[in-house]
Design a protein around this ligand. Structure first.
Ligand code: GFB
Length: 312
């Protein structure tokens, strides 16, 4: 059988790079990768031209404008516009050029702010969204609905995975744009290296989040690409959550930080709890492997070696 030509859109990001690492272990995968300079996914004509020329068999749509609570809250136009344009261009061009299967990556923030926990896939559109990230959530809901519409009208095999909060090597550690876990790694490593006695944590520390290592997500994506074909989205999570204060304690210990934590309640907490119901993917036969403490230790080691924070 000839190797499947697989386009990973967004292969330099946290998720895309993990999917590439995972696919590198598959026999018969011919990877098709383009940097942003080589292919601007917001350029509809360029995207269509690329698909018509390269004719991939499968697409992992991991390209997106992403960020933590502050970036989402302060740059809503970028989050809604770029995500809508990128996903519309890629899904439409994939269908037009005869792609056999596409996997779209959404986010657990598509579910209502106060959805019953753990959140099942069918709680989508049953209540108001969390205001700090509703722009990103609306774009991701539109992506999911685009996949469902193309399946319904054209029979296009587009599937949707909804991951929980992700972390791992290659994450964004810029404190103005990052998610909480990379932010805490950076803050505690810099505190230890610089001898600081206090570290600031945003919000009250009481919100609860679920964290999944990105290598587990990548494994789930390849599993779904091979084993799942339906309009309904599939949650991908670890199955348990922790409070931000507990998470801070875990990262502090991993970094060897013994000083104080100062919670800054003037910063937004965001949604009070975000835990996915993962029974659908578990029923299909997939489960994650990398426990949170193990994943924190590995990501912290990666961060120290990356040179992002030079040791003092
Ligand atoms: O990870 P995070 O930025 O995003 O924040 P969300 C999670 C929680 O950690 C919030 C707190 O309650 C933050 O206030 N937190 C504490 C911090 N210290 C920090 C810090 O130094 N940096 C950051 N970033 N947070 C995002 C959405 O929501 O989750 C996106 O905005 C996306 O749309 C993503 O869905 C998965 O979990 O609140």
């Amino acid at each position: 059988m000839p190797a499947a030509r697989i386009f990973v859109a967004g292969h330099r990001g946290l998720v895309g790079s993990a999917i590439v690492r995972r696919l590198a272990r598959e026999a018969g995968a011919d990877l098709l990768l383009r940097t942003r300079q080589e292919l601007d996914l917001t350029d509809q004509a360029a995207v269509l031209d690329f698909f018509e020329r390269e004719r991939p068999d499968q697409v992992y749509l991991a390209a997106a404008r992403v960020g933590g609570i502050l970036a989402n809250d302060t740059r809503p136009a970028e989050f809604i516009h770029e995500n809508l344009v990128i996903q519309s261009n890629v899904i439409d061009a994939a269908w037009r050029s005869g792609v056999k299967k596409l996997l779209f990556l959404g986010s657990s923030c598509i579910y209502p702010k106060l959805a019953p926990q753990p959140m099942r896939e069918d709680c989508l559109l049953t209540g108001p969204l969390e205001p700090t990230n509703e722009w990103y959530a609306i774009a991701k809901i539109a992506g999911l609905k685009t996949c469902q519409a193309y399946r319904k009208q054209y029979g296009f095999d587009a599937i949707c995975a909804m991951p929980t909060n992700l972390y791992g090597p290659g994450d964004n550690f810029d404190l103005a744009g990052s998610h909480v876990l990379p932010a805490l790694i950076r803050k505690f490593v810099e505190a230890v290296d610089g001898g600081a006695t206090e570290v600031e944590i945003w919000g009250t520390g009481t919100p609860r989040r679920e964290f999944l290592h990105v290598d587990d997500l990548a494994d789930a994506c390849v599993f779904l690409m091979n084993a799942y074909s339906d309009a309904a989205p599939v949650n991908v999570g670890w199955g348990q959550d922790v409070s931000i204060a507990e998470l801070a304690g875990m990262v502090a210990e991993a970094a060897g930080y013994r000083g104080a934590l100062r919670f800054d309640a003037s910063r937004p907490d965001g949604t009070p709890r975000k835990l996915l119901d993962v029974s659908r993917i578990a029923g299909l036969g997939w489960s994650p492997r990398i426990a949170l403490q193990e994943g924190i230790d590995a990501t912290l080691r990666w961060y120290r070696q990356s040179g992002i924070s030079p040791p003092k």
